[in-house]
Design a protein around this ligand. Structure first.
Ligand SMILES: Cc1ncc(COP(=O)(O)O)c(C=O)c1O
Length: 400
């Protein structure tokens, strides 16, 4: 439509939301559908956090706040970075926004000029390239392999850097692969960046707390303090604190960048919800014992799903270090014929036929820039996961 902005033609709607919509439509039509597309914990927000929000309402904390966060929340975020990540940020180096998504978007809006490149290792979270495009930059997708654990290597990074590179965008643990970089793997990347002073690092640590098997999380500015002055460390309460709907994310970074992000936010949304900010103060400062309890369940589910998928013919599922996703390859099903008579040529065909034949909704890997794979979110009831994996096994066994 001619009335719409040209920038809209550059981007596409979220594939993960499209899958959820399709699953919902099939359910509404009476089909028995198991949705494994959603990227949020099935656990409820802990009561102490809810109570803090209710108290904030009762205390009249219901007015506009500082554009990029109340001092109490900035202090809690600074403490979190210090204690959990060994990073010392002043309150003036911290930005709070309406979800990690807005914080990332503000950062791109505040820094990208036409032609500026952002290196995005693939598979990547669906929103990264689209956000870069909306902000007028150029996403440079750099493929990784299942053999390298879906991780960027020093050599590939070195090759991808050019004179126009502005940011390297890292996400560990990753959505969609669940892959997380060890300290040594991160160090190999930060060593490359030390040789390229014009490249900054945006690290999306949203799944920091969701790691299993004694994996130790680290973040680039912690691994290489020499990069502190050109790193934006992004995190939030959505995933670990089961607060996806509250919409609070935050970042630590150099003051001029943080100020520029506040300027963007001041002319778009202003402050994130005052009530959600007070709830987040409690989340960050309050008890955290529910996190290991949730992780125990997530780990059991991950192990169940990986083991059942690897028993499905044509599926190869690596064991991810973190997040609540697995990202198996369906390469072994390509060329086979589904019960509908359709030949499976791509991962898109695989997920469409799986949904048609067995009512299991997963997301095609190509939406995340890597196929033929698909993403399963295991942040759902264990019984539903078991049933879904049985259906996937049956679907794969029935392919001709
Ligand atoms: C990798 C990654 N980054 C950022 C976000 C956004 O988080 P928020 O809900 O806080 O905006 C998500 C949510 O799915 C994510 O998977």
């Amino acid at each position: 439509m001619a009335f719409l902005a040209d920038s809209l033609a550059r981007i596409k709607p979220s594939a993960t939301i499209a899958v959820a919509d399709k699953a919902r439509a099939l359910k509404a039509a009476g089909r028995d559908v198991i949705g494994l597309g959603s990227g949020e914990p099935d656990f409820d927000t802990p009561d102490n956090i809810k109570d803090a929000a209710i108290k904030a309402i009762r205390d009249g904390k219901t007015k506009y706040t500082n554009v990029d966060g109340i001092p109490e929340l900035k202090a809690a975020v600074a403490r979190k970075f210090e204690v959990e990540n060994g990073l010392t940020y002043k309150p003036s180096q911290i930005s709070v926004g309406t979800g990690g998504k807005q914080v990332l978007y503000n950062a791109f809006m505040a820094t990208l000029n036409p032609g500026d490149e952002v290196i995005i290792p693939a598979p990547y979270w669906v929103s990264y390239p689209e956000m870069v495009l909306l902000a007028g930059g150029t996403p440079v997708e750099v493929p990784t392999t299942q053999a390298s654990g879906f991780k960027l290597t020093a050599e590939t990074l070195e090759r991808a850097i050019g004179p126009k590179t502005k940011w390297l965008l890292l996400n560990s643990p990753s959505n969609p692969s669940g892959a997380a970089y060890t300290r040594a793997e991160l160090k190999a990347l930060t060593d490359v960046l030390l040789r390229h002073p014009h490249v900054w690092v945006m690290t999306d640590d949203m799944y920091e707390h969701l790691v299993y098997d004694d994996f130790v999380f680290t973040t680039p500015a912690q691994v290489e303090p020499g990069l502190f002055d050109r790193t934006l460390t992004v995190n939030g309460v959505s995933k670990a604190y089961c607060m996806t709907g509250w919409r609070i994310g935050f970042a630590g970074g150099p003051e001029p960048l943080i100020q520029a992000m506040a300027t963007i936010q001041s002319q778009s949304t202003s402050n994130p919800s005052s009530i959600a900010q007070w709830a987040s103060v409690e989340a960050l400062n309050g008890p955290k014992d529910f996190i290991p309890a949730h992780n125990k369940v997530f780990k059991e589910r991950r192990d169940l799903v990986v083991s059942m998928l690897n028993q499905a013919s044509g599926i190869d599922c690596p064991v991810p270090e973190g997040a609540f996703y697995v990202f198996p390859s369906c390469a072994g099903t390509i060329g086979k014929v589904a019960p509908s008579g359709k030949r499976i040529e791509t991962d898109q065909d695989f997920v469409t036929e799986l949904l048609e034949a067995e009512g299991v909704a997963v997301v095609q890997g190509s939406a995340f820039g890597h196929g033929p794979n698909f993403r399963i979110s295991y942040a759902t009831a264990t019984s539903a996961l078991q049933a879904a994996c049985e259906r996937i096994q049956r679907f794969c066994g029935n392919l001709k």
